[in-house]
Design a protein around this ligand. Structure first.
Ligand code: NAD
Length: 264
Protein backbone atom coordinates (compact mmCIF):
# COMPACT_ATOMS: atom_id res chain seq x y z
CA UNK A 1 0.00 0.00 0.00
CA UNK A 2 1.36 3.44 -0.97
CA UNK A 3 2.09 5.03 2.43
CA UNK A 4 3.75 8.34 1.61
CA UNK A 5 5.47 10.58 4.11
CA UNK A 6 5.20 14.35 3.77
CA UNK A 7 8.59 16.05 4.09
CA UNK A 8 8.19 19.83 3.94
CA UNK A 9 11.26 21.96 3.34
CA UNK A 10 10.31 24.96 5.47
CA UNK A 11 8.70 23.87 8.75
CA UNK A 12 6.60 26.73 10.25
CA UNK A 13 7.76 25.94 13.76
CA UNK A 14 5.87 28.69 15.63
CA UNK A 15 2.41 27.68 14.41
CA UNK A 16 -0.34 25.91 16.34
CA UNK A 17 -2.67 23.44 14.64
CA UNK A 18 -5.98 22.16 16.00
CA UNK A 19 -7.20 18.83 14.64
CA UNK A 20 -10.72 17.76 15.54
CA UNK A 21 -11.24 14.02 15.30
CA UNK A 22 -7.48 13.86 15.78
CA UNK A 23 -7.72 10.69 17.84
CA UNK A 24 -8.36 8.41 14.89
CA UNK A 25 -8.03 7.76 11.17
CA UNK A 26 -7.41 10.74 8.90
CA UNK A 27 -7.26 13.23 11.79
CA UNK A 28 -4.54 11.22 13.54
CA UNK A 29 -2.47 11.08 10.33
CA UNK A 30 -2.85 14.85 9.89
CA UNK A 31 -1.79 15.43 13.52
CA UNK A 32 1.33 13.33 12.98
CA UNK A 33 2.27 14.99 9.69
CA UNK A 34 1.75 18.51 11.05
CA UNK A 35 3.88 17.64 14.09
CA UNK A 36 6.59 16.36 11.74
CA UNK A 37 6.34 19.68 9.89
CA UNK A 38 7.11 21.51 13.15
CA UNK A 39 3.63 22.64 14.21
CA UNK A 40 2.50 22.47 17.79
CA UNK A 41 -0.61 20.32 17.69
CA UNK A 42 -3.83 20.13 19.69
CA UNK A 43 -5.47 16.73 19.25
CA UNK A 44 -9.18 17.28 19.88
CA UNK A 45 -11.60 14.38 20.11
CA UNK A 46 -14.71 13.20 21.92
CA UNK A 47 -12.78 9.99 22.63
CA UNK A 48 -10.17 11.54 24.89
CA UNK A 49 -8.21 8.32 25.42
CA UNK A 50 -7.57 8.08 21.67
CA UNK A 51 -6.58 11.76 21.53
CA UNK A 52 -4.16 11.18 24.42
CA UNK A 53 -2.59 8.20 22.68
CA UNK A 54 -1.96 10.29 19.54
CA UNK A 55 -0.61 13.24 21.56
CA UNK A 56 1.67 10.84 23.41
CA UNK A 57 3.21 9.70 20.11
CA UNK A 58 3.73 13.35 19.11
CA UNK A 59 5.51 14.12 22.40
CA UNK A 60 8.31 11.87 21.21
CA UNK A 61 9.04 14.38 18.45
CA UNK A 62 8.64 17.56 20.48
CA UNK A 63 7.92 17.40 24.22
CA UNK A 64 6.11 20.78 24.37
CA UNK A 65 4.44 20.25 21.01
CA UNK A 66 1.20 18.38 21.63
CA UNK A 67 -1.84 18.43 23.85
CA UNK A 68 -4.95 16.24 23.92
CA UNK A 69 -8.24 18.01 24.58
CA UNK A 70 -11.76 16.63 24.98
CA UNK A 71 -14.35 18.16 22.68
CA UNK A 72 -17.85 17.44 21.46
CA UNK A 73 -17.87 19.43 18.23
CA UNK A 74 -21.67 19.47 18.17
CA UNK A 75 -21.86 21.42 21.45
CA UNK A 76 -21.20 25.19 21.36
CA UNK A 77 -20.12 25.15 25.01
CA UNK A 78 -17.73 22.26 24.58
CA UNK A 79 -16.20 23.87 21.47
CA UNK A 80 -15.71 27.17 23.27
CA UNK A 81 -14.13 25.44 26.28
CA UNK A 82 -11.81 23.28 24.19
CA UNK A 83 -10.50 26.20 22.12
CA UNK A 84 -10.15 28.26 25.30
CA UNK A 85 -8.06 25.43 26.79
CA UNK A 86 -5.97 25.29 23.59
CA UNK A 87 -5.25 29.02 23.78
CA UNK A 88 -4.31 28.74 27.44
CA UNK A 89 -2.04 25.76 26.81
CA UNK A 90 -0.12 27.24 23.87
CA UNK A 91 -0.43 30.92 24.83
CA UNK A 92 -1.90 31.76 21.43
CA UNK A 93 -4.81 30.97 19.15
CA UNK A 94 -4.72 28.23 16.53
CA UNK A 95 -3.22 29.15 13.15
CA UNK A 96 -4.56 26.02 11.52
CA UNK A 97 -7.81 24.11 12.01
CA UNK A 98 -8.54 20.75 10.41
CA UNK A 99 -12.17 19.68 10.91
CA UNK A 100 -11.84 15.90 10.72
CA UNK A 101 -14.35 14.92 13.45
CA UNK A 102 -17.21 13.14 11.78
CA UNK A 103 -19.68 10.29 11.92
CA UNK A 104 -21.15 8.12 9.19
CA UNK A 105 -24.64 6.90 10.01
CA UNK A 106 -25.76 4.41 7.38
CA UNK A 107 -29.48 4.14 6.57
CA UNK A 108 -31.66 4.20 3.49
CA UNK A 109 -33.98 7.14 2.85
CA UNK A 110 -37.07 5.31 4.12
CA UNK A 111 -35.31 3.92 7.20
CA UNK A 112 -33.28 6.89 8.38
CA UNK A 113 -34.68 8.16 11.68
CA UNK A 114 -34.91 11.88 12.40
CA UNK A 115 -32.42 11.36 15.26
CA UNK A 116 -29.91 9.75 12.93
CA UNK A 117 -30.32 12.48 10.32
CA UNK A 118 -30.06 15.25 12.91
CA UNK A 119 -27.00 13.70 14.51
CA UNK A 120 -25.14 13.62 11.17
CA UNK A 121 -26.03 17.26 10.60
CA UNK A 122 -25.13 18.29 14.17
CA UNK A 123 -21.72 16.59 14.23
CA UNK A 124 -20.57 16.87 10.62
CA UNK A 125 -22.02 20.24 9.62
CA UNK A 126 -22.70 21.88 12.98
CA UNK A 127 -19.31 20.78 14.31
CA UNK A 128 -17.48 22.18 11.29
CA UNK A 129 -19.40 25.44 11.62
CA UNK A 130 -18.85 25.82 15.37
CA UNK A 131 -15.14 24.96 15.37
CA UNK A 132 -14.44 27.12 12.30
CA UNK A 133 -16.28 30.11 13.73
CA UNK A 134 -14.54 29.75 17.12
CA UNK A 135 -11.07 29.27 15.64
CA UNK A 136 -11.58 32.09 13.13
CA UNK A 137 -11.86 34.60 15.98
CA UNK A 138 -8.18 34.14 16.77
CA UNK A 139 -7.24 33.85 13.10
CA UNK A 140 -8.90 37.18 12.26
CA UNK A 141 -7.03 38.83 15.16
CA UNK A 142 -3.68 37.47 13.97
CA UNK A 143 -4.50 38.01 10.28
CA UNK A 144 -3.54 34.47 9.35
CA UNK A 145 -5.43 31.21 9.22
CA UNK A 146 -5.86 27.92 7.44
CA UNK A 147 -9.05 25.92 7.78
CA UNK A 148 -9.45 22.56 6.05
CA UNK A 149 -12.77 20.75 6.14
CA UNK A 150 -13.40 17.08 5.45
CA UNK A 151 -15.93 16.74 2.67
CA UNK A 152 -16.23 13.43 0.81
CA UNK A 153 -16.99 11.85 -2.52
CA UNK A 154 -20.43 11.56 -0.89
CA UNK A 155 -20.66 15.37 -1.22
CA UNK A 156 -20.99 14.80 -4.95
CA UNK A 157 -22.47 11.33 -5.42
CA UNK A 158 -25.52 9.61 -3.97
CA UNK A 159 -24.86 6.19 -2.49
CA UNK A 160 -26.60 3.32 -0.76
CA UNK A 161 -27.52 4.33 2.80
CA UNK A 162 -25.94 7.76 2.51
CA UNK A 163 -28.92 10.09 2.98
CA UNK A 164 -27.74 11.50 6.31
CA UNK A 165 -24.01 11.31 5.68
CA UNK A 166 -24.08 12.47 2.06
CA UNK A 167 -26.40 15.37 2.80
CA UNK A 168 -24.13 16.51 5.61
CA UNK A 169 -21.05 16.26 3.40
CA UNK A 170 -22.73 18.26 0.62
CA UNK A 171 -23.52 20.95 3.19
CA UNK A 172 -19.85 21.06 4.16
CA UNK A 173 -18.90 22.11 0.63
CA UNK A 174 -21.37 25.03 0.80
CA UNK A 175 -20.15 26.00 4.24
CA UNK A 176 -16.55 25.91 2.99
CA UNK A 177 -17.33 28.32 0.15
CA UNK A 178 -19.18 30.71 2.46
CA UNK A 179 -16.37 30.84 5.03
CA UNK A 180 -13.78 31.18 2.24
CA UNK A 181 -15.58 34.16 0.79
CA UNK A 182 -16.13 35.97 4.07
CA UNK A 183 -12.75 35.26 5.70
CA UNK A 184 -10.47 35.59 2.67
CA UNK A 185 -9.76 39.28 3.27
CA UNK A 186 -8.40 38.41 6.75
CA UNK A 187 -5.54 36.27 5.46
CA UNK A 188 -7.52 33.10 6.07
CA UNK A 189 -8.11 30.30 3.58
CA UNK A 190 -10.89 27.75 3.93
CA UNK A 191 -10.80 24.66 1.73
CA UNK A 192 -12.42 21.24 1.58
CA UNK A 193 -10.67 17.95 0.90
CA UNK A 194 -12.91 15.18 -0.40
CA UNK A 195 -11.42 11.77 0.28
CA UNK A 196 -12.55 8.69 -1.57
CA UNK A 197 -12.85 5.51 0.48
CA UNK A 198 -9.94 5.39 2.95
CA UNK A 199 -8.96 2.58 5.28
CA UNK A 200 -9.85 3.91 8.75
CA UNK A 201 -11.88 2.74 11.76
CA UNK A 202 -14.88 4.55 10.19
CA UNK A 203 -14.84 2.47 7.02
CA UNK A 204 -13.91 -0.68 8.95
CA UNK A 205 -17.14 -0.17 10.92
CA UNK A 206 -19.35 0.59 7.92
CA UNK A 207 -18.03 -1.28 4.89
CA UNK A 208 -18.86 -4.89 4.19
CA UNK A 209 -16.35 -6.88 2.09
CA UNK A 210 -18.83 -6.42 -0.80
CA UNK A 211 -18.89 -2.62 -0.36
CA UNK A 212 -15.13 -2.52 -0.41
CA UNK A 213 -14.83 -4.78 -3.45
CA UNK A 214 -17.41 -2.72 -5.33
CA UNK A 215 -15.53 0.49 -4.57
CA UNK A 216 -12.19 -0.98 -5.56
CA UNK A 217 -13.64 -2.08 -8.89
CA UNK A 218 -14.84 1.46 -9.71
CA UNK A 219 -11.89 3.52 -8.43
CA UNK A 220 -9.42 4.10 -11.28
CA UNK A 221 -6.56 3.47 -8.79
CA UNK A 222 -8.26 0.09 -8.04
CA UNK A 223 -7.69 0.40 -4.30
CA UNK A 224 -8.83 2.29 -1.22
CA UNK A 225 -6.74 5.21 -0.06
CA UNK A 226 -4.59 5.33 3.05
CA UNK A 227 -4.72 8.08 5.66
CA UNK A 228 -1.34 9.61 4.81
CA UNK A 229 -2.46 10.20 1.23
CA UNK A 230 -5.31 12.38 2.50
CA UNK A 231 -3.08 14.06 5.09
CA UNK A 232 -0.54 14.98 2.37
CA UNK A 233 -3.17 17.13 0.63
CA UNK A 234 -4.39 18.65 3.90
CA UNK A 235 -0.88 19.57 5.01
CA UNK A 236 -0.32 21.31 1.68
CA UNK A 237 -3.52 23.37 2.12
CA UNK A 238 -2.29 24.34 5.61
CA UNK A 239 1.05 25.58 4.31
CA UNK A 240 2.12 29.16 3.68
CA UNK A 241 2.58 28.22 0.04
CA UNK A 242 -1.14 27.57 -0.37
CA UNK A 243 -2.03 31.20 0.50
CA UNK A 244 -3.82 31.76 -2.83
CA UNK A 245 -5.81 28.51 -2.77
CA UNK A 246 -9.15 29.42 -1.21
CA UNK A 247 -12.61 27.87 -1.36
CA UNK A 248 -11.63 24.79 -3.34
CA UNK A 249 -13.14 21.31 -3.25
CA UNK A 250 -10.20 18.97 -3.68
CA UNK A 251 -10.99 15.31 -4.34
CA UNK A 252 -8.30 12.90 -3.13
CA UNK A 253 -9.98 9.79 -4.38
CA UNK A 254 -7.82 7.80 -6.77
CA UNK A 255 -9.81 9.30 -9.67
CA UNK A 256 -13.22 8.12 -8.45
CA UNK A 257 -15.17 11.34 -9.09
CA UNK A 258 -13.45 11.91 -12.42
CA UNK A 259 -14.58 8.47 -13.55
CA UNK A 260 -18.16 9.52 -12.84
CA UNK A 261 -19.56 6.32 -11.39
CA UNK A 262 -22.04 6.10 -8.49
CA UNK A 263 -21.07 5.43 -4.90
CA UNK A 264 -21.65 1.84 -3.85
P1 NAD B 1 -12.72 7.96 12.22
O1 NAD B 1 -13.99 7.38 12.73
O2 NAD B 1 -11.50 7.10 12.18
O3 NAD B 1 -12.36 9.31 13.01
C1 NAD B 1 -13.34 10.26 13.32
C2 NAD B 1 -13.04 10.85 14.67
O4 NAD B 1 -14.05 11.83 14.97
C3 NAD B 1 -13.07 9.81 15.80
O5 NAD B 1 -11.88 9.89 16.56
C4 NAD B 1 -14.27 10.23 16.64
O6 NAD B 1 -14.11 9.98 18.01
C5 NAD B 1 -14.34 11.72 16.35
N1 NAD B 1 -15.67 12.27 16.62
C6 NAD B 1 -16.88 11.75 16.28
N2 NAD B 1 -17.86 12.52 16.76
C7 NAD B 1 -17.27 13.55 17.41
C8 NAD B 1 -17.77 14.68 18.12
N3 NAD B 1 -19.09 14.89 18.29
N4 NAD B 1 -16.88 15.54 18.66
C9 NAD B 1 -15.55 15.31 18.53
N5 NAD B 1 -15.02 14.26 17.88
C10 NAD B 1 -15.88 13.39 17.33
O7 NAD B 1 -13.06 8.51 10.76
P2 NAD B 1 -12.13 8.91 9.52
O8 NAD B 1 -12.34 7.89 8.49
O9 NAD B 1 -10.77 9.27 9.96
O10 NAD B 1 -12.91 10.23 9.04
C11 NAD B 1 -12.42 11.53 9.30
C12 NAD B 1 -13.23 12.50 8.46
O11 NAD B 1 -13.02 12.20 7.07
C13 NAD B 1 -14.73 12.43 8.68
O12 NAD B 1 -15.29 13.72 8.61
C14 NAD B 1 -15.21 11.58 7.52
O13 NAD B 1 -16.55 11.85 7.19
C15 NAD B 1 -14.27 12.04 6.43
N6 NAD B 1 -14.15 11.07 5.34
C16 NAD B 1 -13.69 9.81 5.57
C17 NAD B 1 -13.61 8.91 4.51
C18 NAD B 1 -13.12 7.50 4.70
O14 NAD B 1 -13.24 6.70 3.75
N7 NAD B 1 -12.56 7.14 5.84
C19 NAD B 1 -14.01 9.30 3.23
C20 NAD B 1 -14.47 10.60 3.04
C21 NAD B 1 -14.54 11.48 4.11
Amino acid sequence: MAQQQHTPTTPPTDKVAAITGGGSGIGAAVAEQLAQAGYRVAVLDIQIDNARAVAQRLHAQRPDGAVALAIDVSSPQSVDEAFGALEQHFGKAADVLVNSAGIMPVAAVMECSWEMFRKAMDVNVGGTFLCSQRAARGMIAQRFGRIVNLASISSERAGVGRVAYGTSKTAITGLTRQFAMELGSHGITVNAVAPGPVLTPMTERNYTPETRAAFEATIPARRMGVTNEIANAIVYLCSDGAAYVNGVFLPVDGGYLAAGVGTT
